[in-house]
Design a protein around this ligand. Structure first.
Ligand SMILES: *[C@@H]1O[C@H](CO)[C@@H](O)[C@H](O)[C@H]1NC(C)=O
Ligand SMILES: *[C@@H]1O[C@H](CO)[C@@H](O)[C@H](O)[C@H]1NC(C)=O
Ligand SMILES: *[C@@H]1O[C@H](CO)[C@@H](O)[C@H](O)[C@H]1NC(C)=O
Ligand SMILES: *[C@@H]1O[C@H](CO)[C@@H](O)[C@H](O)[C@H]1NC(C)=O
Length: 474
């Protein structure tokens, strides 16, 4: 009895101590709470928080900080079209199909359904003490890269080739994932990716881990950045920097992109996470840095907050080197603290440090949402709405069969109805996601088609760019 009493007393004392930290004071504004929390971390704790962005057993989770009552946190979570990679979940149409709905309501509803499943699963994972990859709340979605080259292997993850459409749909998905901006808590955190110009075809068929996108300033501003600006304006808490280099500088070491454009021009206050292994690949593929120490320093300085690793063995995580950098005075503790701030702001806004009773999302359970009737129905509606009739040639379909509202067709007016890629492989990519601009742009490209080879799975990899181009038919 006495032991129980002592235990209760010490628990009460622990709770009391927790409540005393201003970062747990729910009456204070988020930034003040983040200031307090980050101000309490030691330099070595800060390094661990920046280094453990997930990716395998050595990449994450971000470790617990017991003396402050802070638990582990897993940053690595996929949400492209449902709660991906974490067991049972409702499967929604692939992103390029979602884009073919031309319907922001559907994108927002799919985002919300995904967010509910991710949150419910997270509650369940945490209750079981599981902090492995894909158990967190911070989504690596949406993908808003531009479909530029028909053979790029990730076209299906995008919203197509139109920067405007990609931006509008991406913003809707962010809103669905995160919830209403006026709500106290985030349902989940969104993360727009991959920033930027991660679309080929420059340097194709080089590896996506090491290609250098040669992009003119005009193309960057018109094609590769607008949708990211919209995503940031929609409130996304995170942006993922991409594997490729842009005009010679790897995206995750690109201060012009991550600081000047993202933070200074667009006022982004969230965190930048590296694509998995990007900080290592800046050494291995780009040969931009000589070693992990210089990659760690260069990437942090350029504006990366979190290292998502692809590290296959212990302590090869690039940001772990920040400890060496600090001890040899090559970076300051203040820089580490500034980099950790948006990470903890996101965790605060997700409700991690608040009493669960205040957060309506903390009681969500998987059995309420995972493959629920409502989510299955939404998935079906999304799939049905994604079907696109390019052209009803010769009145092939009987009258009255086409029920799509006129608003959807407003989008297609941007597009000459029969622009399509001239290979069998890519004919399936509908014109609705190819604007007239793509035809004009391609026609003026200096590369000209010699003969169209029908690519097989085997030859697709090796087909040179100059043998593929879009053909505009009347
Ligand atoms: C929480 O913050 C409010 C507002 O500053 C303050 O009035 C209150 O005393 C704080 N609560 C605790 C327990 O420190
Ligand atoms: C967001 O919240 C505001 C204020 O509570 C409310 O008026 C608005 O309808 C909400 N929007 C959505 C999309 O739920
Ligand atoms: C960023 O903030 C500045 C200063 O508040 C403002 O003038 C500017 O319009 C903002 N930019 C964007 C893209 O919101
Ligand atoms: C840096 O110094 C701290 C404190 O002396 C020490 O704990 C840590 O192991 C050092 N880091 C490295 C990589 O040597």
């Amino acid at each position: 009895m006495l032991r129980l009493l002592l235990l209760l007393l010490s628990l009460a004392a622990a709770c009391q101590a927790d409540e005393d930290f201003p970062f747990r004071n729910v009456s204070l504004p988020w930034p003040d709470r983040a200031d307090d929390l980050v101000g309490r971390l030691t330099a070595q704790e800060l390094v661990q928080q920046l280094a453990k962005g997930g990716g395998g057993p050595f990449g994450g989770p971000a470790p617990a900080i017991a003396r402050l009552g802070i638990g582990p946190y897993q940053w690595n979570t996929e949400c492209l079209r449902g709660a991906v990679k974490s067991g049972q979940a409702t499967s929604f149409p692939q992103a390029v199909g979602l884009a073919a709905t031309f319907d922001t309501d559907i994108l927002s509803q799919v985002g919300r359904a995904t967010g509910l499943e991710v949150r419910a699963k997270h509650n369940d994972f945490v209750a079981k003490g599981d902090y492995g990859d894909h158990t967190g709340l911070t989504c690596f979605a949406p993908v808003i890269n531009i479909l530029r080259h028909p053979l790029w292997g990730r076209n299906q993850e995008t919203y197509g080739e139109d920067p405007h459409l990609s931006g509008v749909l991406g913003a809707a998905y962010v809103g669905g994932l995160q919830g209403n901006a006026t709500d106290r808590y985030l349902l989940t955190g969104a993360g727009c990716k991959h920033f930027a110009a991660y679309d080929g075809p420059d340097s194709y068929p080089e590896s996506r881990f090491g290609f250098n996108a040669l992009v003119s300033q005009q193309d960057l501003e018109q094609t590769f950045l607008p949708q990211f600006r919209r995503c940031v304006q929609a409130g996304s808490v995170s942006v993922m920097c991409s594997y490729n280099a842009i005009n010679g500088v790897p995206a995750c070491a690109n201060a012009q992109l991550l600081r000047e454009v993202l933070r200074e021009r667009w006022n982004f206050t969230g965190y930048v996470v590296s694509d998995a292994g990007a900080l290592e690949f800046a050494i291995l593929f780009h040969k931009y840095f000589a070693d992990r120490l210089s990659s760690a320093i260069g990437s942090l300085r350029a504006g990366v907050n979190l290292d998502l690793s692809a590290c296959p063995y212990e302590s090869c995580v690039v940001f772990e080197q920040l400890s060496v950098a600090l001890n040899t005075s090559r970076i300051s503790e203040a820089e580490l603290r500034a980099a950790a701030w948006p990470l903890f702001l996101a965790r605060l806004r997700l409700g991690e440090f608040d009493p669960p009773a205040l957060n309506p999302y903390s009681s969500l359970r998987p059995d309420q949402f995972i493959q629920s009737a409502a989510h299955r129905a939404l998935s079906l509606t999304a799939a049905q709405t994604s079907l696109v009739l390019l052209k009803n040639l010769g009145g092939f379909l009987p009258d009255g069969l086409i029920k799509r509202p006129a608003s959807a067709w407003a989008w297609s007016a941007r597009c000459p109805t029969t622009c399509r890629w001239s290979t069998a492989t890519t004919r399936r990519i509908g014109c609705r996601s190819l604007s007239s601009r793509c035809c004009r742009r391609s026609r003026s490209d200096s590369v000209l088609i010699k003969s169209v080879t029908r690519p097989t799975a085997q030859t697709a990899e090796s087909i040179a760019l100059d043998r593929i181009r879009p053909r505009c038919l009347r």
